[in-house]
Design a protein around this ligand. Structure first.
Ligand SMILES: [Zn+2]
Length: 199
């Protein structure tokens, strides 16, 4: 990625506990993530993280404003770092942090590669989604609760079921926008399966 402003990078302090041993970096899908394994996305992959959460996959955002924050967080929480930055990927390897380098330019390609490489399970129903913003679980609520959380009455009139985020209070419903989300998630599943076949 060339558009990232340079110069703010400072050496990661992550390598201090070298005794922890070196975890093997994940390269091109050589190793599957264990179920429930934590993931952290770097700032360039915030959109990928949002979509993975919609697919029901837990992934943390990098702390804002610091290139190596994602690396430090991954190190601290024993998570796998998803990054599109070659230098950050190299730094992760150096510090024994598991990392996946995502160098695809298009969102579909990035998502499919992450799904295939990490063996992630994509859920395309809103019941299984996590909040795209904060990653909390959603619960089904009725019109009244949805309206209390800011949904307009004209939308509330048209749907019976809403999904309320237990973390930030964002409300989701199965409008045309959700159908587009489902379409993309289904496409990602197909793409990931095709990549699998291609090796
Ligand atoms: Zn939320």
């Amino acid at each position: 990625m060339t558009e990232r402003p340079r110069g703010k990078r400072r050496p990661a302090r992550a390598g201090t506990d070298a005794k922890a041993g070196r975890a093997r970096a994940i390269g091109a899908g050589k190793k599957k993530a264990e179920a429930g394994h934590r993931l952290v996305a770097d700032v360039m992959l915030a959109k990928v993280a949002r979509w993975l959460r919609l697919a029901g996959i837990e992934i943390e955002d990098a702390p804002a404003g610091d290139d190596t924050g994602a690396l430090r967080r991954a190190k601290r929480t024993h998570a796998t770092l998803l990054t599109s930055d070659v230098e950050l990927f190299a730094m992760a390897k150096k510090h024994g942090v598991q990392a996946l380098l995502i160098d695809q330019k298009d969102l579909d390609g990035q998502l499919a590669y992450a799904v295939r490489s990490l063996g992630l399970r994509v859920e395309s129903e809103p019941e299984n989604a996590l909040c795209s913003v904060c990653g909390s679980r959603l619960r089904v609520v009725g019109k009244e609760t949805a309206m209390r959380h800011g949904i307009d009455s004209n939308i509330a009139d048209r749907y019976d079921k809403f999904y309320l985020c237990g973390g930030c209070g964002k409300v989701y419903w199965r409008g045309t926008h959700w159908q587009r989300i489902v379409d993309r998630l289904e496409r990602i599943k197909r793409l990931a399966a095709m990549q699998q076949k291609d090796g």
